[in-house]
Design a protein around this ligand. Structure first.
Ligand code: FES
Ligand code: FES
Length: 175
């Protein structure tokens, strides 16, 4: 009879994750190796972040961690502990789209939409840093977000348009 020489593997202890998700406090137990993307999608119902490449290349899974874009497919969930996480679900308020969302729609900046939540969240981070980026600056900042169907011209135009909306361009005319 074979003799067992190693101790049976034990499930790693769970740990408590406390974070703010789209402005609301969230607490849940996670395994140490759980990744942020499946926690957001499968346990918290935030389906806007998409799984595509799974290796931090395409940006479809982008969320904001304390305002900084991260690939949630390769971010450990516990890295969000004590931090603020923002997903696309957090952008619209009181039934009104965020200005970046409105700009993407009006500029025709997506087709299938698979990349769009990541594009919009990266745009939010960019415009928080640089209110009026040039087209080259936009292209450089969004280089980690890959779109497979639209082409980038309309996306960059949408970011310029969003910058204008956030700066209040045209408010005088509409007031
Ligand atoms: S799915 Fe995370 S970067 Fe592509
Ligand atoms: S709109 Fe389809 S991947 Fe970007």
């Amino acid at each position: 009879m074979a003799v067992e020489t190693t101790a049976p593997a034990q499930a790693p202890a769970l740990r408590l994750l406390r974070m703010t998700l789209n402005g609301r406090p969230v607490e849940l137990e996670i395994a140490p190796r759980e990744l942020l993307l499946p926690v957001l999608r499968d346990r918290l119902g935030m389906k806007g972040a998409k799984l595509s490449c799974d290796v931090q290349v395409c940006g479809a899974c982008t969320v904001l961690l304390d305002g900084v874009p991260v690939s949630s497919c390769t971010t450990l969930a516990y890295e969000a502990d004590g931090k603020s996480v923002e997903t696309i679900e957090g952008l619209a308020h009181d039934g009104r789209l965020h200005p970046i969302q409105a700009a993407f729609i009006e500029c025709g900046a997506f087709q299938c939409g698979f990349c769009t939540s990541g594009m919009i969240l990266s745009t939010k981070a960019l415009l928080a840093e640089t209110a009026r980026p040039t087209r080259d600056e936009i292209a450089a900042y969004l280089s980690g977000n890959i779109c497979r169907c639209t082409g980038y011209w309309n996306i960059i135009t949408a970011v310029e348009d969003a910058a204008g909306r956030l700066a209040g361009d045209g408010e005088e005319e509409g007031a």
